[in-house]
Design a protein around this ligand. Structure first.
Ligand code: TYM
Length: 340
């Protein structure tokens, strides 16, 4: 009887989405995150990663880790190497991404894109006013998602603004198409590990493009490199291990990394670390990271040496994605009245 009730509860939970309001440092709402405890059977998952540089533990904890576990759950899945940004392959294998991006670009006000933080950041650094591709990149990202009518997007916190934009653009397009063609999009992940910070400057996120490799742990780093980077990471003068991202960002970042690699909560991690100082705790964090990354690194090198297999996985994936992309683009084209 108890078990039967539990079964009903689980079925109900699957249908009731759970949301978390996401706030930035200044307590402003930057998005709404869907927590993965409820699973609609018909969900469509899309996510992507830029091909430049070596993925780091921010990419892993914010996105890649979920990409793997989501494969065990119901729903269609599309993961993409978003290469049109760096002009290589294989998102470019499916030209419908750029076709839909053009159609969406025709309904986006320039001023809406101008206020996006990544563009503002680029503008500060740019001497020539910035490039059109960089300016319209969020439209291409929205097209990536909408092309597959995706409903759930596993991403880190830095992408929430783009997911919100995608929802806005989906609505504008639906009005243009005179029907609710594109579904609502939700971001998914857990509440910690969604913004891993730079090891040398915890006020900014860990990034592939940061000036030094010492600021990030790359997924191919050796055990010794991982230990040395964590040992030299910036913390503060207090030796106690406590989770306080606002006032103690360095040690809190280590706790989030530890949680991400051990599936423990910050409270559990802090209770286990009682009596340790930050120097001793860094060894514990490094061990947790190495335990997960060492076998992953071996597997990476094995796969990397099998170019034929990798190419066949990419081709197979592109063939399956193309079927959905072509069918959806054809519908949009017809609804826009672009057919002969
Ligand atoms: P990219 O390549 O910068 O990052 C890939 C994924 O890693 C996450 N991430 C992080 N998570 C936590 N902490 C960090 N320090 C950190 N750094 C990166 C990102 O949130 C992302 O989930 N524009 C996207 C790629 C993209 C995409 C899409 C994603 C293109 N089209 C459609 C989802 C859906 C990007 O540049 O990700």
């Amino acid at each position: 009887m108890q078990l039967k009730r539990l079964g009903i509860m689980q079925r109900l939970l699957r249908k009731v989405p759970v949301y978390l309001k996401c706030l930035n440092k200044n307590k402003q709402k930057i998005g709404v995150r869907f927590i993965s405890s409820s699973i609609p059977e018909d969900r469509v998952i899309f996510s992507g990663i830029q091909p430049t540089g070596v993925p780091h533990i921010g990419n892993y904890l914010g996105a890649i880790k979920y990409w793997v576990s989501l494969q065990q759950e119901p729903g269609k899945i599309f993961y993409s190497i978003v290469d049109l940004h760096s002009i290589t392959i294989p998102r470019s294998d499916i030209p419908e991404h750029t076709l839909l991006s053009w159609a969406i670009g025709c309904v986006v006000p320039v001023n809406r894109l101008k206020i996006l933080p990544q563009w503002q950041e680029r503008m500060k650094q740019s001497k020539d006013g910035g490039h059109i591709g960089t300016f319209t990149y969020p439209v291409l990202q929205s097209a990536d998602i909408l092309l597959y009518k995706a409903t759930h997007i596993p991403v880190g916190e830095d992408q929430l603004i783009h997911i919100n934009l995608t929802n806005e653009l989906a609505q504008v397009m639906n009005r243009r198409l005179l029907k609710p063609f594109f579904p609502r999009v939700h971001s998914i992940s857990t509440s910690t590990s969604t913004r891993i910070r730079n090891l040398r400057d915890p006020s900014v996120k860990m990034s592939k493009s940061a000036y030094s490799e010492q600021t990030r742990i790359e997924l191919t780093d050796s055990d010794d490199h991982i230990w040395r980077k964590i040992r030299r990471s910036v913390t503060d003068c207090t030796s106690e291990i406590a989770y306080d991202p606002e006032n103690r960002p360095g040690v809190s970042n280590l706790i989030e990394i530890h949680c991400g690699f051990s599936n423990l909560t910050p409270d559990e991690v802090c209770a286990d670390a009682k009596g340790l100082d930050t120097g001793q705790y860094k060894r514990v964090v490094a061990d947790a990271v190495i335990t997960v990354l060492a076998p992953l690194r071996q597997r990476f090198h094995r796969l990397r040496n099998d170019e034929g297999h990798l190419k066949s996985v990419l081709k197979n994936g592109a063939d399956r994605a193309r079927e959905v992309a072509v069918a959806n683009w054809e519908c949009v084209r017809r609804l826009l009245g672009l057919c002969a």
